[in-house]
Design a protein around this ligand. Structure first.
Ligand code: FES
Length: 333
């Protein structure tokens, strides 16, 4: 389990809505500002249903002692984006300093950047860094041009190396084609919804490329269906817990006093995966589990994935044996 990082008091110094429903926020810490490498994110304390939660948002830029983030409002999300949409200039916020789990390599012979929707937020700073040497190729997909933030800056940076694929114009990313012309040792950096990342991973493997050269991050929000409330029976704690429509399974368990190992809280690291017992109607929203594991339905990443109806899980908790238990076991053995 990750230790709690230092939380900083900060102020929103600019707030505006861009690309329809994206809140663009500049956040200045009262002290402790540090620059953000491309790919970094801030952990932000958000308030959902009266409770403090942590959500991660990529840093778009770090100019003039403030970090900029951009958050798309997701009605069917876990509640963080709805909170962020309410923030105004002058509001206070608690954030961590930038952390980077999505580091850009300086050694790759060719880099292909791919963004889906608000997944552009960690990719834009990478485009800025790479464009200083040689403009990288970038594919940017979204519902329509009007909903895709930062298009003008990317077009200015990358020129004809930028391909914009808007669904309302019938354009989509065809991953086998995108990967076919990439240098054999080239790297891809991709951020988008989980379904997009799954499609990219399948095409990457089918192209016979090294998994280590496909670098990804997700915002872990999109599922196969709308989020709904469900009930979880935690077998090893003998507890039944309600998971609200706008709460994650992870949050519901922690609120009930059940600790889970975790790190990314975005469906990437797999640390929060728990066993699912028996049949369950699962809506996997992580990128950690393989297709086979998803089909098997024996695991669920509690931080992002959901279920319908009632499911039974086992978190791996086993009570510590008491002295009496020890003595009993020794006498039996
Ligand atoms: S905490 Fe990383 S996948 Fe859930």
């Amino acid at each position: 389990m990750r230790s709690a990082p230092e939380s900083l008091n900060a102020t929103i110094v600019e707030a505006e809505t861009i690309a329809g429903d994206v809140r663009h926020l500049r956040i200045r810490p009262k002290s402790g500002f540090t620059p953000a490498e491309a790919g970094s994110h801030l952990d932000v304390t958000v308030r959902i249903n009266g409770l403090d939660r942590t959500r991660s948002y990529s840093v778009v830029d770090d100019r003039n002692g403030a970090w900029t983030i951009a958050v798309r409002r997701l009605e069917a999300g876990r509640g963080g984006s709805r909170f962020m949409a309410t923030l105004q200039a002058g509001d206070s916020l608690r954030v961590t300093a930038p952390k980077n789990h999505f580091t850009l390599s300086a050694a790759s012979p060719e880099t292909l950047l791919i963004a889906g929707g608000i997944g552009v937020t960690p990719i834009l700073p990478m485009a800025r860094v790479l464009a200083r040497r040689a403009k990288p190729r970038m594919l940017y997909a979204g519902r329509s041009r009007a909903t895709m933030p930062f298009l003008d800056e990317l077009a200015h940076l990358l020129g004809d190396k930028l391909s914009v694929l808007a669904e309302d114009q019938g354009a989509r990313i065809h991953f086998p084609t995108a990967f076919a012309s990439l240098h054999p040792e080239g790297e891809v950096y991709i951020c988008g919804p989980a379904a997009m990342l799954q499609a990219a991973r399948i095409a990457w493997v089918q192209a016979g490329r090294s998994p280590a050269l496909l670098r990804f991050e997700t915002f872990g929000s999109g599922g196969a269906r709308e989020a709904e409330a469900f009930t979880v029976y935690v077998r090893d704690h003998h507890r039944s817990i309600a998971v609200a429509r706008d709460a994650s399974l992870f949050d519901a368990l922690v609120d009930a006093g059940i600790d889970l190992a975790h790190d990314c809280l975005r469906g990437e690291c797999g640390l929060c995966a728990v066993d699912v017992i028996g049949a369950a109607d699962l809506d996997h929203r992580c990128v950690f589990l393989s297709d086979e594991q998803r089909r098997d339905g024996h695991k669920i990443c509690a931080c992002v994935s959901r279920a319908s109806g009632e499911i039974t899980i086992d978190t791996g908790f086993r009570p510590t044996l008491s002295r009496h238990d020890d003595a009993t076991l020794m006498s039996v053995g």
